[in-house]
Design a protein around this ligand. Structure first.
Ligand code: TSJ
Length: 647
């Protein structure tokens, strides 16, 4: 303890401040953005360090608390960040962790480098972008404390402030409101992140508390990935209980955990993969190995028992309706990542290790579970038949010498004149009257209008046959022109952008949800490849008649309204748009349709884990589950959790 108080601060500190100043100058370089996503990045940096400690086997509980003063704290029960003097810098290690970029990993020699150690930028970034950050370390009977202020200035140096019996680390910080566009932490976003970690770390408990609302939620899963899948597939029709396997490969010391489940009436394939508890968004060798191994297991099995009449099943036939989580722990020496965001595993050994593993385990499972296997192989064959039929139909159409037949277009569609499909935009508009206005306000060359009468069907709870017989849905499918479900072919889409344009009210939000649900289930690639958008009409028009001229400004939110009032100047009037129908064609064009002036948001599956659950829970068959969920989260604007701004 004595050497801590004697620490003096010299020239070295200046260098430290320079590092953090860089973070403040260009925050987006370190945390991606300064919006809500960037704000939460500050939390992940801190939480991930606590998670790493638990992953190394120290501590089984992590508490995250949203405080009334706008700060947030993270408490773990680990060894406590080291407080001894670091030889290189002559300063306490804990101080270095919070002032040097990427310092955290240097002190960590865990076998599996994970969350924070992998590609995290470190707690120093959280410090740099905070109004203040307050650190308590409980270690060997002492409570150590230090505090930084105003973007990383050491305000209270490390000192012992008391004694204790426990061990762990408590970090509390308040984000800097001059850096972020919002400093409001979101319960849902944090809960989802903690829940994901809890699924991957069975036996470690996460507790989220909001002191403003009194809400508390615990995440503790003794069955890890099995519960992960159960949670994602809630409200679907599983063909078996969750199937799970785990083992460590002797030679490479790669640790594999896989859980999977097939659901009937699901035509998508959803694989979530992780390496050392970090999501690998772009897949990589482990995912490839998984796909290869499953396909080989099923084909060898089908061949041996003569189940497919010699027609080889393709991977896509086998993976229809599959949800899987593939979680690997790879020793640091073998770790390789690829791609700009390092979201893709490159480790070559992972391919063969995972492929052999799942081949053996799944083959054994098929042998042991006859009833499931019969249903499952039938499903694969059905998918194969559908695929072959679709291909045959396509070939026949191509061989037919007649000029390619135009798909029967709905009489409701006002088409675009151009045949440059990639440049064309399809506006799906709520209501005939807004459709009429949009028709007048559109750019005839590149914009097409499809008005919807009433609400399209909730596609999460109905069968494929029913689906195409619904007039609104059939029209949408025909208009887009690329098929749906397993026969959807992205190459055939007739529009570069599909834009949903509804009123800015709950009905509009509901229509958005229904359409997104439909796309999510039957044209998922349309979303994942970035073709689906939501038009955002303004909420206000601020105007003033100035002689013959009308000065006007539009506003999309309350901030914008204040700015618009200033721009228009004294004597302004404000009208609040309740719906698209209140705008005339010129106004609609200017605010919502013209690429030069409109506001569009691109629909992205930001957190597929959350999106899948939200879609199936909100839109699924089970009204009870849905009601419970809606009651907890009453707000159809929740749709925005899988929408990301592009402009
Ligand atoms: F991110 C952070 F720095 F702010 C932070 C770190 C926040 C929280 C809530 C916890 C932690 C943290 C760090 N908890 N536990 C640790 N562990 C270490 O830093 C540690 C302890 C001992 C040893 C050792 O080798 O003895 C090594 C390390 C990295």
């Amino acid at each position: 303890m004595s050497d801590i108080k004697k620490t003096t601060y010299t020239a070295d500190d200046i260098h430290v401040m320079k590092g953090l100043e860089g973070v403040r100058k260009r925050p987006a370089m370190y945390i991606g953005s300064t919006n809500s996503a960037g704000l939460h990045h500050l939390v992940w940096e801190v939480v991930d360090n606590a998670v790493d400690e638990a992953l190394s086997g120290y501590g089984k509980k992590i508490c995250v608390t949203m405080h009334k003063d706008g700060s947030i704290s993270v408490l773990d029960e680990g060894r406590g960040i080291p407080v001894g003097i670091n030889k290189e810098t002559g300063r306490p290690a804990v101080e270095v962790v919070f002032t040097e970029l990427h310092a955290g990993g240097k002190f960590n020699n865990a076998v599996y480098k994970s969350a924070a150690g992998l590609h995290g930028v470190g707690a120093s970034v959280t410090n740099a972008l905070s109004e203040w950050i307050d650190i308590n370390v409980y270690q060997e009977g002492n409570i150590y404390h230090l505090k930084f202020e105003n973007g990383g200035n050491l305000a209270v140096p490390l000192e012992v402030v008391g004694t204790c019996k426990k061990h762990g680390t408590l970090v509390r910080f308040k984000p800097d409101a001059t850096i972020f566009s919002t400093v409001e932490f979101k319960w849902d976003t944090i809960a989802s992140h903690l829940q994901e970690s809890a699924f991957l770390m069975k036996g470690v408990e996460f507790v989220l508390t909001d002191e403003k609302t009194g809400q508390v939620q615990n995440f503790l899963y003794e069955n890890g990935l099995v519960e992960y899948i159960n949670n994602v597939n809630i409200n679907k029709q599983p063909m078996s209980p969750v199937i799970s396997f785990a083992d460590t490969d002797e030679e490479t010391q790669i640790d594999i955990e896989i859980a999977l489940q097939y659901c009937s009436e699901d035509y998508n394939e959803t694989i979530y993969s992780y390496v050392n508890n970090v999501r690998t968004r772009d897949g990589g060798t482990h995912e490839t190995g998984f796909r290869t191994g499953i396909a080989k297991a099923v084909n060898d099995f089908a061949e041996q028992y003569k189940l497919t009449k010699g027609k080889k099943l393709e991977g896509s036939d086998i993976r229809e309706g599959l949800t899987a989580v593939v979680s690997l722990k790879i020793p640091e020496a073998l770790l390789e990542f690829e791609g700009q965001t390092k979201g893709k595993l490159g480790t070559p050994q992972a391919a063969s290790v995972v492929s052999n593993f799942i081949y053996n385990k799944f083959t054994y499972y098929l042998l042991e579970n006859k009833e499931f296997t019969i249903n499952f192989i039938n499903k694969c064959v059905a998918s194969q038949n559908a695929r072959l039929a679709a291909r045959k139909a396509k070939e026949e159409a191509r061989n037919n010498k007649k000029p390619k037949q135009e798909v029967i277009l709905s009489d409701k569609l006002t088409p675009a004149q151009s045949k440059e499909y990639a440049k064309n935009e399809l506006f799906i508009v709520e209501g005939d009257s807004a459709g009429g206005t949009a028709k007048k306000g559109r750019d005839r060359l590149h914009q097409a209008i499809l008005p919807l009468r009433g609400k399209p069907l909730n596609t999460d709870s109905i069968s494929m046959e029913k689906l195409v017989h619904n007039e609104e849905i059939a029209t949408i499918i025909n208009t887009i022109g690329a098929g749906f479900g397993q026969n959807f072919d992205l190459d055939d889409i007739k529009y570069g952008k599909i834009i949903i344009m509804t009123d800015a009210d709950t009905d509009g939000a509901h229509i958005q949800t229904l359409l997104l649900t439909f796309f999510y289930h039957y044209m998922r690639q349309l979303i994942t490849s970035g073709h689906v958008y939501i038009a955002v009409p303004p909420l206000y028009r601020v105007y003033k008649e100035d002689g013959k001229k009308v000065i006007q400004e539009y506003a999309w939110d309350d901030d914008g309204l204040e700015q618009a009032k200033k721009k228009v100047g004294g004597g302004y009037k404000v009208s609040r748009y309740k719906g698209l129908g209140e705008m005339d064609a010129i106004q609609l064009k200017e605010t919502t349709m013209d690429p030069k002036t409109r506001l569009l948001v691109r629909v992205e599956i930001d957190d597929p884990f959350l999106a899948e659950k939200r879609v199936t829970v909100l839109m699924g068959r089970d009204a009870g589950i849905r009601r419970a969920w809606v009651e907890e989260n009453v707000d159809f604007n929740k749709v925005d959790t899988f929408i990301k701004e592009v402009k």
